[in-house]
Ligand binder design. Structure first.
Ligand code: FAD
Ligand code: EPU
Length: 338
């Protein structure tokens, strides 16, 4: 195994932030993972696993060991009359996995097409888009306990998934490396077109007998039309979560802003569109040096070239402050700040 020293992380984060890692290695087996952990202990280094680097903001040089996950393989492990159980290694690309499912007619992940990153990071924030979340198709995962070095299984309830949340982002943060995820995918297709512009896009595509491939293509078309491609403009998708507020604040805000987008989320709770709140505060299209707020989607902060992680972070702090001042709503960052 090679442990490279003083490596630029620019190619390994979709924000395209130029910072360095003291040490860097790639793993494609559990033996290599164990060797990497041994190396970090021997050198008294912190270590951080990276998949696609599409949900991190690197704010400074990393003094430890970056482990780039390249564990590969997708396998149908069993089936019953209703489901296919498909196990994917953590280093597989998420979109590659989705395309594999569509080619094999395994239904359930088509609405999650074109989300960047790896299979292994997907449970961390229970990735979601267009009315589907990872938890809807999750069966179990295996993770490496960094302290005990045991491989442990986590069921759906063990993961404690929530909106952009899981146990791996909260109480078990930094303690496990996810090795593989098994998904429970439908044999009988139930097409989910309820969210946003999917139906409109399917009409535009002139689809009649709608297949999971059509849904995937519609989602790809919508996403490409509004989200910046990280290969062109550095970004990590939504920088903040959509905030959830209670009834009294909701009543106050909707009276003052009758056109505000709202998604009732049960128990007298209401989810608001952070992008709308940020746009109302005048940030959409804002740019200071190379750090900015995207002109088509205010929830996406961008690096136009040479922004420092700290500049993007400072912009996010200004946005948090102004949304709080105008609406009394506290936004929370979705992206992992390193
Ligand atoms: P990384 O950025 O590499 O890592 C993220 C965090 O997970 C880090 O803390 C890392 O240490 C940890 N981690 C990574 N791998 C493992 C592992 N194997 N075990 C344990 N911890 C690990 N997200 C959505 O939910 N919905 C969207 O619609 C969406 N759209 C996006 C659009 C764009 C253009 C971009 C750039 C991002 C978008 N995202 C979206 C965010 C991102 O794609 C997801 O969060 C994705 O799951 C991150 O995967 P990654 O491999 O790049 O994670
Ligand atoms: N909006 C504005 N101005 C903006 C952006 C959005 O007014 O600049 C309004 C839109 O008009 C719409 C509402 O906000 O009424 C919601 O916008 P959109 O459908 O684009 O979705 P979003 O809430 O901004 C969420 C996820 C995305 C996911 C999409 C589709 C979060 C934090 N973000 O975005 O996930 O792809 O829905 O399901 O939940 C990510 O997590 O990185 C991500 C991209």
């Amino acid at each position: 195994m090679k442990f490279l020293e003083n490596i630029s992380l620019k190619p390994f984060n979709t924000f395209g932030i130029e910072v360095s890692a003291a040490y860097f290695t790639k793993i494609s087996s559990i033996e290599e993972l164990v060797e990497s952990i041994d190396f970090s202990i021997e050198k008294k280094l912190e270590c951080l696993i990276l998949g696609g680097g599409s949900n991190v903001l690197l704010t400074k040089d990393y003094a430890g060991l970056i482990i780039k996950n390249e564990l590969a393989g997708i396998l149908l492990i069993k089936e019953d009359p209703s489901f296919y159980y498909v196990k994917a290694a953590a280093g597989e690309g998420w979109h590659t996995f989705v395309m594999h499912c569509i080619e094999n007619n395994y239904a359930g992940v088509e609405n999650l097409s074109l989300i960047p990153g790896s299979v292994g990071a997907a449970p961390l924030q229970n990735i979601g888009a267009y009315g589907v979340e990872l938890k809807d198709v999750f069966f179990e995962l295996e993770a490496f306990n960094i302290t005990t070095r045991n491989i442990e299984k986590f069921s759906l309830s063990d993961c404690d998934f929530g909106y952009r949340e899981s146990v791996f982002k909260r109480s078990l943060k930094g303690q496990y490396i996810i090795l593989n995820v098994t998904f429970k995918l439908n044999k009988k297709h139930s097409i989910n077109t309820r969210y946003g512009a999917i139906e409109q896009e399917l009409k535009r595509m002139e689809c009649t007998n709608i297949t999971i491939k059509n849904i995937s293509q519609a989602v790809i078309n919508i996403r490409t039309s509004k989200l910046p491609n990280p290969k062109e403009i550095g970004n990590a998708g939504s920088f903040f979560k959509n905030p959830v507020i209670d009834e009294s604040l909701y009543q106050q805000l909707i009276q003052a802003n009758p056109l505000m987008p709202v998604y009732p989320s049960g128990n007298n709770q209401y989810k608001l569109a952070a992008g709308w709140l940020i746009e109302q505060c005048g940030w959409k299209g804002y740019r200071k040096d190379d750090a900015g707020c995207h002109s088509k989607q205010a929830l996406v902060l961008v690096n136009y070239g040479n922004a420092k992680g700290q500049e993007i972070y400072d912009l996010s702090t200004e946005i948090l402050g102004s949304v709080n001042q105008k609406f009394g709503v506290q936004l929370e960052r979705e992206v992992n700040i390193i």
